[in-house]
Unconditional design. Structure first.
Length: 267
């Protein structure tokens, strides 16, 4: 499966495996295929049909550079689940976790269970400032030098426990350089979604069985923000992964995958 017309746009949707449906929702600026490194194989092995997709704003899905809202992205995810014959277990990280939270609130009949990684229920000033700075650079036509972008991304997204190994640190720097620093119009819109009103009180109405995972060394969305979300969702479980930064699902995949499989299996 590839480009599918859904919710008035086209979304690049991929599925693997068979069994109960699990839908993975990625964060700001990243393609859905990032999940294929560790989470998709583990979930397929555990007996699930796993779907992942490129959010609007990320090519080859529709870029929608003229603008869109978080509600649009929630509706996209709902359309993917309906298209694949949901309901589904939904796993999101960062912006993808916010999408999952709002989906569980707005369309609970589509969400069998929810996993929210590196999430927040209120805006975080430093993250807002970072996102606004990148938007300003994009709007002024400034190209961020690749080496600077790579260093900034590694420092922001990874735990110092990961970077303690020089060879591993160099690998991550090369990976971010390879990914490039160019910000597309759809990615710019995604970044702007860092500006939003506090939603913690609203999440008290979520009835979906939920697991919240914080990453202990996350500088982008510190674990305390994930704990806040877990505290307001009735019955939510909270787990924290040590020695992991914002991309802890890539840094500590064995621990993250263990938490995912155990939680989904208990549904």
């Amino acid at each position: 499966m590839a480009l599918v017309p859904l919710n008035g746009i086209e979304l690049n949707v991929q599925t693997e495996g068979s069994g109960d449906l699990v839908v993975l929702v990625m964060g700001t600026g990243s393609p859905g295929r990032v999940w294929r490194t560790y989470q998709v194989p583990a979930l397929v092995k555990a007996g699930y049909r796993v779907a992942y997709f490129d959010n609007r704003g990320i090519r080859p899905s529709s870029e929608c550079g003229e603008g869109f809202t978080l509600d649009d992205m929630v509706a996209d995810t709902a359309a993917v689940i309906e298209h694949l014959g949901g309901p589904a277990h939904v796993i999101g990280t960062s912006l993808g976790a916010r999408i999952t939270q709002e989906l569980a609130l707005a369309r609970p009949e589509l969400v069998r269970s929810a996993v929210l990684m590196a999430t927040a229920g209120r805006p975080e000033p430093v993250q807002q400032a970072w996102s606004q700075a990148l938007c300003d650079l994009h709007d002024k036509g400034v190209e961020v030098p690749l080496p600077f972008y790579a260093v900034a991304s590694v420092v922001r997204n990874l735990s110092q426990a990961t970077l303690a190994d020089p060879m591993v640190a160099r690998d991550w720097l090369q990976m971010y350089e390879f990914a490039g620093s160019t910000l597309g119009p759809g990615e710019r819109v995604q970044l702007a979604l860092a500006e939003y009103d506090t939603r913690l009180d609203a999440y008290r109405a979520i009835t979906t069985r939920s697991l919240v995972i914080g990453f202990a060394d996350d500088l982008v969305l510190p674990a305390r923000l994930s704990r806040e979300v877990a505290e307001v969702i009735p019955g939510a479980r909270y787990a924290e992964v040590a020695d992991a930064g914002h991309v802890g699902y890539l840094e500590r995949p064995d621990e993250v995958n263990r938490l995912l499989v155990e939680f989904l299996g208990g549904a």
